[in-house]
Ligand binder design. Structure first.
Ligand code: CAA
Length: 379
């Protein structure tokens, strides 16, 4: 057993921490207020060759591992969770299904531009009537000669306004339930395809969250991703990896809330002392530090399992569930330590609190994750 980061992982941590503190953190508050999408950050990350980090070099990727991916998401989220989720979805939802299930030709056509940062990655699973019950998909795809005709809609889709193409699920055999769902690659400029970005959200204001509308969208048969009727399983496998990203986001947000609280507690004087001298505050900070450490270890371990080709469904669900609940708890305590100031925007912990809330919902609610874990432990 070795708990040290490798030389390469350490190098990536140093590069991304510098980048995140220098280029991402300064605009985070403003972006939270305006909702402006940080496209320039991703252009710079493309120059640093981070946009394809865990994918093979032959597709323009960095050949890195999943621990490095988690480190990048964590460090971005520590400065700006909107930037963190954009990157996490780009890699783990946008690039991963192409990498896992695409043909060589599909990888050249669709994965390479993602790795170069020419397009952001996205995937479409959730629908108005199919959230936790992802198998309840209504979007349909009907084979017409050598083409597929797709109709339906998707909601809560990250990054689609900045994606040139994305993978989405559609029912190809109504009689077969989850075994009648297939995945397709759909270029976003296809006739009949529209991306709407009208949501007003609690947090993650600078991330791009969209609805997709597909009206008689036609794609050639070679745009089927993987095998027909295996789309549900492919997307479930993709989500296992996505949950590493959400867990890493949670660690980054929690770390930021902890650091701000420690800093504040040392400077804030009440009853003639810095409040960090009071045991009531010390215990809060001690619990925060301990739980963040636990969450980080869980996230890194599941990334380690993934890199070794082991099954990691249960561990991914556990890490995402635990880390997201820790993030909420830590952010709530961070506001408590800041008192009235914590409730105000200036101290930033209220932004972290709002941003963290999504993590208990997106890519599997806490309830769905408990279901997944229960099944995996043989209930
Ligand atoms: N890996 C591989 N195969 C899997 C799998 C996994 N992780 N999970 C399920 N499967 C397989 C099952 O083994 C089963 O196959 P067999 O019958 O051959 O054994 C098949 O898929 C169907 O599985 P279930 O019977 O478990 O299906 P279910 O309908 O009971 O659903 C569920 C299970 C866990 C609740 C699933 O629907 C789920 O994960 N729901 C949550 C979806 C989710 O996280 N959505 C958020 C998406 S994020 C998004 O879309 C927006 C964005 O941009 C962020």
């Amino acid at each position: 057993m070795d708990y040290d980061l490798t030389q390469e992982q350490t190098m990536i941590r140093n590069v991304i921490r510098d980048f995140s503190e220098g280029e991402v953190a300064p605009g985070a508050e403003e972006r939270d207020k305006t909702g402006q999408f940080p496209i320039e950050v991703f252009d710079k990350m493309a120059k640093l060759e981070l946009m394809g980090l865990p994918f093979p070099e032959k597709y323009g990727g960095g050949g890195g591992d999943s621990i490095s991916f988690a480190i990048v998401v964590e460090e971005l989220s520590r400065s700006c969770a909107s930037t963190g989720i954009t990157y996490s979805a780009h890699i783990s939802l946008g690039g991963a299904p192409l990498h896992l299930f695409g043909t060589e030709k599909q990888k050249q056509m669709y994965l390479v531009p993602l790795c170069r940062g020419e397009s952001l990655g996205a995937f479409g699973l959730t629908e108005p009537g199919a959230g936790s019950d992802a198998g309840g998909t209504r979007t349909s795809a009907v084979k017409k000669g050598t083409q597929w005709l797709i109709n339906g809609s998707k909601c809560f889709i990250t990054n689609a306004s900045y994606a040139r193409h994305l993978c989405l699920t559609a029912v190809t055999d109504k009689s077969k339930g989850t075994k009648g769902i297939s995945a397709f690659i759909v270029p976003t400029n296809t006739k009949g395809f529209s991306v709407l970005s009208n949501y007003e959200k609690l947090g993650l204001h600078a991330s791009n969250t969209t609805e997709l509308v597909l009206e008689d969208v036609v794609v050639p048969e070679e745009n089927l991703l993987g095998k027909e009727n295996e789309g549900f399983k492919q997307f479930m496998k993709t989500l296992d990896g996505g949950r590493i990203g959400i867990g890493a986001m949670a660690v980054g947000i929690a770390q930021a809330a902890f650091e701000k609280s420690l800093h504040y507690a040392k400077k804030r004087t009440q009853f003639g002392n810095a409040i960090s001298k009071f045991q009531a505050i010390q215990f809060k900070l001690a619990d925060m530090a301990m739980e963040i450490e636990n969450a980080r270890n869980m996230v890194y371990r599941v990334a380690w399992l993934k890199d070794r080709g082991r099954k990691f469904t249960k561990e991914a669900a556990m890490a995402k569930l635990y880390a997201s609940e820790v993030a909420m708890k830590v952010c709530s305590q961070a506001i408590q330590i800041h008192g009235g100031y914590g409730y105000m925007r200036d101290y930033q912990v209220e932004r972290l609190f709002r941003d963290a809330r999504l993590l208990e919902i997106g890519e599997g609610t806490s309830e769905v994750l408990r279901m997944v874990i229960a099944r995996e432990i043989g209930c």
